[in-house]
Design a protein around this ligand. Structure first.
Ligand SMILES: Nc1ncnc2c1ncn2[C@@H]1O[C@H](COP(=O)(O)OP(=O)(O)O)[C@@H](O)[C@H]1O
Ligand SMILES: [Mg+2]
Length: 227
């Protein structure tokens, strides 16, 4: 993917990302590297003038974000990813807005994955803790029964314990066959659970490998993992 916002300069330069079924791909890199931009590009929120986006081999480059959701993509953006004045359950219902079938089974799966959300289902999502809000955001995205779940910094602002728990839940989701494409600031911990890792720098792929390969790479360690 090569492109940027509107008529502005390119932010992404030949950026390539991929995730296989049921696997976890993690994107790390410095602030401003273009990680969120790459996620938005995959989801169809900005124009890429070179390159394309493929889902299960199908070229979806020209589809709107809503059409991509219908095809099986779900996206949890970095900011404003829940409706704070709505209840937890209303947030989950909003996630299912494209569905015309019975959503109670999926809602039950989300509540089984995140039991605290069942307890708080009548509470305004804005009243929840940071970690619980992120659970609402992930749960909302799961309501469309996606093939690919895209998460932009799902553990931003949460404690290390909550981060570990959220990563465990994400692993659980991947084990159900859903592919996870995730941006993470907690690079070391995220690469530990990654099948594939990407280091983005200035909109370009700087390093690509398995999570273990990147964790063992001296250059990656020195520049991006604090030694
Ligand atoms: N909506 C936008 N319009 C124009 N430029 C943007 C917008 N969002 C981000 N950028 C620019 O794109 C570059 C990459 O930002 P971003 O993708 O948010 O980086 P990261 O997520 O890696 O921190 C930055 O230079 C940023 O200023
Ligand atoms: Mg970002």
């Amino acid at each position: 993917m090569t492109g940027g916002y509107g008529t502005g300069a390119d932010i992404l330069h030949d950026c390539t990302l991929a995730v296989d079924k049921g696997e976890i791909a993690v994107i790390v890199g410095p602030n401003g590297a273009g990680k969120s931009t790459a996620m938005k590009a995959v989801f169809g929120m900005l124009n890429i003038h070179t390159g394309g986006v493929f889902l299960d081999g199908e070229d979806i480059t020209s589809l709107t974000p809503q059409a991509r959701v219908a095809k099986g993509m779900a996206f949890v953006p970095q900011t404003s990813n829940i409706f704070t004045s709505m209840t937890v359950e209303e947030n989950l219902e909003m996630g299912a807005f494209l569905r015309r079938d019975d959503i109670t089974g999926t809602m039950d799966q989300v509540y089984t994955l995140f039991p605290i959300l069942r307890d708080k289902r009548r509470q305004a999502a804005g009243e929840l803790s940071g970690g619980q809000r992120q659970q609402v955001a992930v749960g909302r995205a799961l309501m469309t029964q996606p093939q690919v779940l895209m998460l932009d910094e799902p553990t931003a602002g949460v404690s290390p314990i909550v981060m570990d728990e959220l990563f465990d839940r994400i692993i659980e989701v991947a084990k159900t066959g859903i592919s996870i494409l995730m941006v993470e600031q907690n690079a070391r911990q995220a690469l530990e659970i990654a099948d594939t890792g990407y280091v983005l720098v200035q909109g370009r792929n700087a390093f690509t490998g398995t999570g273990a390969e990147l964790l063992a790479d001296p250059e990656v360690r020195k520049s991006f993992l604090g030694g």
